[in-house]
Write a protein that binds this ligand. Structure first.
Ligand code: MG
Length: 179
């Protein structure tokens, strides 16, 4: 099992929508970003790369590279899924917390989970999206941008679907493995 953590923040800029979890949400501002500025997907990618011990999203997709200008961040997530499979891991679950005074995520959450599940080749029940305001405190509280925290748990492909070592259980030697 491997755990990973990710964080991302983007400042608001002029514009009429933000992209969160691959969902275009109408808003009074856009975000300042090289790519589409999807904080959910950036935090999630960093958590996945962290769990795999493969650095961070900036190393895989440098913002100095014109290829990623205005890029759909779902490309980044699909790249992380490829790495996940190459290293023979799969997602047990991901838990995401968006920090923003606005926009409200409410009605968009199901689509965000569906998008991330599709890109991760898993089911939406493994991906949770939470949202909180910052109670008016600090830059985020003043509505100057939005941020996201992500935590993921990965299981190696040799283990069971839920991250339990089912093979070891079947062999009756779970405790000898000391997991
Ligand atoms: Mg970012």
């Amino acid at each position: 099992m491997r755990i990973g953590h990710g964080y991302d923040v983007h400042a608001f800029d002029s514009g009429d929508h933000v992209t969160l979890g691959g969902v275009r949400i109408p808003h009074t501002h856009g975000v300042k970003a090289h790519s589409d500025g999807d904080v959910l997907l950036h935090a999630l990618c960093d958590a996945l790369l962290g769990a795999l011990g493969l650095g961070d999203i900036g190393q895989h997709f440098p913002d100095s590279d014109p290829r990623w200008k205005g890029a759909d961040s779902r490309l980044f997530l699909r790249h992380c899924t490829k790495l996940l499979h190459e290293h023979r891991y799969r997602l047990v679950n991901a838990d995401l917390t968006v920090l923003a005074e606005a926009p409200r995520l409410g009605t968009h959450r199901a689509q965000m989970r569906a998008n991330m599940a599709a890109d991760l080749e898993t089911t939406p029940d493994r991906i949770n999206v939470k949202a909180t305001t910052c109670e008016g405190l600090g830059a985020l509280g003043r509505g100057e941008g939005l941020a996201c925290y992500a935590v993921v748990l990965l299981a190696h492909a040799e283990n069971g679907t839920n991250g339990h070592d089912n093979d070891a259980h079947r062999r009756g030697n779970f405790h000898r493995h000391g997991r």
